[in-house]
Design a protein around this ligand. Structure first.
Ligand code: PLP
Length: 388
């Protein structure tokens, strides 16, 4: 089916990727479990001149998901990998080599830092962390051997907004590849490639999957970086399994309506929290009080459902009292599913973006439940924290 470029976002989410008439009219694409692909004759086998050649190189299932994501991201190509963390490390391995220098935002997702500090350093890559508020000032940190600038905005857990166009322009001027972990915003609320980023990264485990039952990652590249990204993906042999790719495409169909609800509920709860006793501040870039709100308004079309609440004083005991009093919010990592979650934030790995904050940080993932129930649950947590 020819896709209409003027379709609204929910129409594109509903119809992107596959063509039902290519599979006898079935609305969803087939889940192709595959290693071997057969060739009709020796000449075709030798030339590999057919659409599919081996399971690791793509199937109709992974292609349907990749095509749907390319439409959303405006990318030339997308790879589908088995976790969000894989969607971080595959491009990093692809564009860095011994002797290179990489600039990574200090408010990056902690396992990304862990990967850089262990594997990348072991392979001889020089790693440097930069202040998320650096903006165009990143140019003074760029060295002749800087090959990658890795951004994530807003920052994991502390939600600093980065000036992505300014950072991307400085990096590009120096010939570095710009990567962005865009998991929080999804391509619905921010399209990195439109702002100078080369490679957009998503833990599809979060909003695209949406139901806390699948691990997957997506990496979408512009024309300049796609050949190297694809070569790295094929070289590593790391495709997502077909059932997981299918689940993510299934999740995309409803991602727009789910995100509307996550956005609305999270903003309502964040605003309400700002007036509650025992709250030091609320770190949500969609709030007018957030120091990055102007950047957020300039570049982003919306906000998702994850933000952090800072208690007004206290320490571990108060944070644990808050978490243990919660009934609806589960205590768990990850986010982007239908259900609300809470976790205490640990900033011990930070070198720059570490506060000071008034008290412990509690990250909340606002799910699809009723807002009044969630407020009552949080109020019980705050009461327990102040009683401790
Ligand atoms: C910003 C961000 N990027 C990447 C990931 C990694 O995703 P996964 O859990 O699928 O490895 C996460 C997971 O929490 C995340 O929050």
């Amino acid at each position: 089916m020819a896709k209409n470029k003027n379709w609204g976002i929910n129409t594109r989410l509903a119809h992107g990727g596959n063509d039902p008439h290519a599979y006898h009219g079935f609305v969803n694409p087939p889940v192709v479990h595959a290693s071997t692909v057969l060739f009709p004759d020796a000449a075709t086998m030798a030339s590999r001149n057919q659409q599919y050649t081996y399971g690791t190189r793509g199937t109709p299932t992974s292609d349907a998901l990749a095509a749907a994501v390319d439409e959303l991201e405006g990318s030339v190509g997308t790879i589908v990998v088995p976790s969000g963390l894989a969607s971080v490390f595959v491009p990093l391995l692809g564009f860095l080599a011994a002797g290179d220098h990489a600039l990574i935002v200090d408010s990056v997702y902690a396992p990304t830092r862990q990967f850089a500090n262990t594997v990348l350093k072991r392979y001889g890559v020089e790693i440097e962390y930069y202040d998320p508020l650096v903006g165009a000032g990143i140019s003074v940190l760029i060295k002749p051997n800087t090959k990658v600038v890795f951004t994530e905005s807003p920052g994991s857990n502390t939600f600093e907004m980065q000036d992505i166009p300014a950072i991307a322009a400085a990096a590009k001027a120096a010939g570095a590849v710009v990567m962005m972990d865009n998991t929080w915003a999804t391509p619905l609320f921010f399209k990195p490639l439109d702002y100078g980023v080369d490679i957009s990264i998503h833990a599809a485990t979060k909003y695209p999957g949406g139901h806390s039952d699948v691990l997957a990652g997506l990496v979408s590249a512009n024309a300049a970086t796609w050949p190297r990204l694809k070569e790295t993906f094929i070289g590593l042999g790391i495709p997502a399994g077909p059932d997981d790719a299918y689940q993510v495409l299934r999740g995309l169909r409803t991602m727009g309506v789910r995100l509307e609800r996550h956005q609305q509920s999270a903003l309502e709860i964040a605003r309400w929290l700002e007036g509650q006793p025992g709250v030091g501040r609320v770190l949500h870039p969609g709030l007018e009080s957030h120091p990055g709100h102007a950047l957020f308004r300039r570049d982003f079309r919306g906000s998702s459902g994850v933000f952090t609440l800072v208690l007004d004083g206290g320490g571990q005991a108060q944070a644990h009292a808050f978490l243990d009093a919660l009934e609806i919010f589960g205590l768990g990592y990850s986010w982007g599913g239908y259900e609300s979650l809470a976790v205490q934030v640990n900033l011990s790995d930070r070198t720059i973006a570490k506060g000071p904050y008034e008290g412990p940080l509690l990250r909340l993932q606002i799910g699809l439940e009723d807002v009044d129930d969630l407020k009552a649950d949080i109020a019980a947590g705050l009461a327990a924290a102040s009683a401790d």
